[in-house]
Design a protein around this ligand. Structure first.
Ligand SMILES: NC(=O)c1ccc[n+]([C@@H]2O[C@H](COP(=O)([O-])OP(=O)(O)OC[C@H]3O[C@@H](n4cnc5c(N)ncnc54)[C@H](OP(=O)(O)O)[C@@H]3O)[C@@H](O)[C@H]2O)c1
Length: 318
């Protein structure tokens, strides 16, 4: 079988790593674009058979260099995304402008498919700049290249995430933990391997449904997620609902940090349940329901945050 060439942007991240493993195992060749080959090449290179992985260092706005990469690509996958803005990386640049450019290039170079990762709940969170920029990005993509498939996942988890792992670190360190909106916001967390199964089948079975919402097997509130994580790492912590005003004040302070724990925009997102809208096809509708269960999966890697584990506050081995 002739290998197919996939051009992946943002492949060094959580979802990208899982996806590179899946694609290369299945005889797809990947070209992975990264901003920093020194930092990221060992992560990318070790995800699959080296002969199947080509790594290119390009800033995502060097259009002339990116253009060249499209000459040999058949499928383009965009996994670039940010949770907070930084100098030079605005939500507009990353979530609207960049995907729009990619979609135009897909059309110009006659690619067979463009798969773009958006996010669940962006129609509802109209007051969030993150959500607005993702929504505008989707519109630009569908305008520029109709052979696109946009996936909107709920929160994605795995050992490589910035979600369960960060929460377990914070729960380890803080004696009390603040709950915004009383921890009642609902999520449908999807394991990275379940999401990658969807992406892989969208590519290999040529599924051109324009927007697909991707969710896991359970609907869980933020409070339940934290309680499950506490239970898994064998810790007891006070989960304390905080008034919204205090939430806003703390977000104002936190967002000044280089890697903010919480921003005002994230607080706005947290106001809305992150669940299926009922308005779009889902991963189950296209034949790929999630299989993983939250506690069972996190149990496989949470030991590192338990007493004596490498990320535990008190490491007895030291
Ligand atoms: N993880 C979730 O819970 C979740 C939920 C909903 C939607 N999504 C979406 O799914 C996609 C992939 O998520 P992920 O969790 O795999 O993301 P991730 O781990 O944060 O990785 C994204 C990749 O994007 C690139 N990137 C980050 N900031 C950038 C910037 N300012 N300029 C250029 N490139 C940048 C990085 O690649 P290099 O450093 O190699 O350049 C990074 O590895 C994103 O679009 C995200 O919004 C994720």
């Amino acid at each position: 079988m002739k290998e197919k060439n996939c051009l992946i942007f943002g492949g060094s991240g959580q979802i990208g790593r899982h996806l590179i493993r899946k694609l290369t195992k299945n005889n797809y060749k990947v070209t992975v674009v990264t901003r920093n080959i020194h930092q990221k090449s060992h992560i990318i290179r070790t995800q699959g058979n080296a002969g199947y992985i080509n790594i290119v260092e390009v800033s995502i706005f060097e259009e002339a260099k990116i253009r060249k990469l499209f000459e040999n690509a058949e499928i383009c996958i965009n996994l670039v995304g940010i949770l907070y803005e930084k100098k030079g990386s605005s939500f507009y640049n990353i979530h609207t402008l960049f995907p729009s450019i990619l979609a135009k290039l897909c059309k110009q170079y006659n690619l067979k498919h463009f798969i773009h990762l958006s996010a669940l709940g962006i129609n509802e969170a109209t007051d969030s700049q993150y959500a607005k920029s993702k929504l505008n990005g989707e519109k630009e993509i569908l305008k520029n290249f109709p052979l696109s498939t946009i996936l909107r996942p709920s929160v994605v988890y795995s050992v490589d995430d910035n979600f369960t792992t960060n929460f377990m670190t914070l729960l380890n360190r803080l004696p009390i933990f603040p709950l915004y909106y009383s921890g009642k916001t609902k999520f449908m967390p999807i394991h990275s391997s379940d999401l990658v199964e969807v992406i892989f089948n969208v590519i290999s079975k040529k599924i051109y449904s324009q927007i697909i919402e991707c969710v896991g097997t359970e609907t869980i509130t933020l409070r339940e997620i934290l309680e499950k994580l506490l239970n898994l790492i064998d810790k007891k912590r006070l989960l304390i609902p905080v008034p919204l005003l205090m939430g806003k004040l703390s977000a104002k302070i936190f967002q000044l940090f280089p890697k903010p724990l919480l921003t005002e925009d994230q607080l706005k997102l947290l106001k809305h349940d992150n669940v299926l809208s009922g308005n779009y096809k889902t991963n189950s509708d296209i034949g790929y329901p999630a299989k993983c269960f939250f506690e069972r999966e996190v149990d496989k890697y949470c030991h590192m945050w338990r007493e004596g584990g490498q990320f535990s506050k008190k490491n007895k081995l030291k």
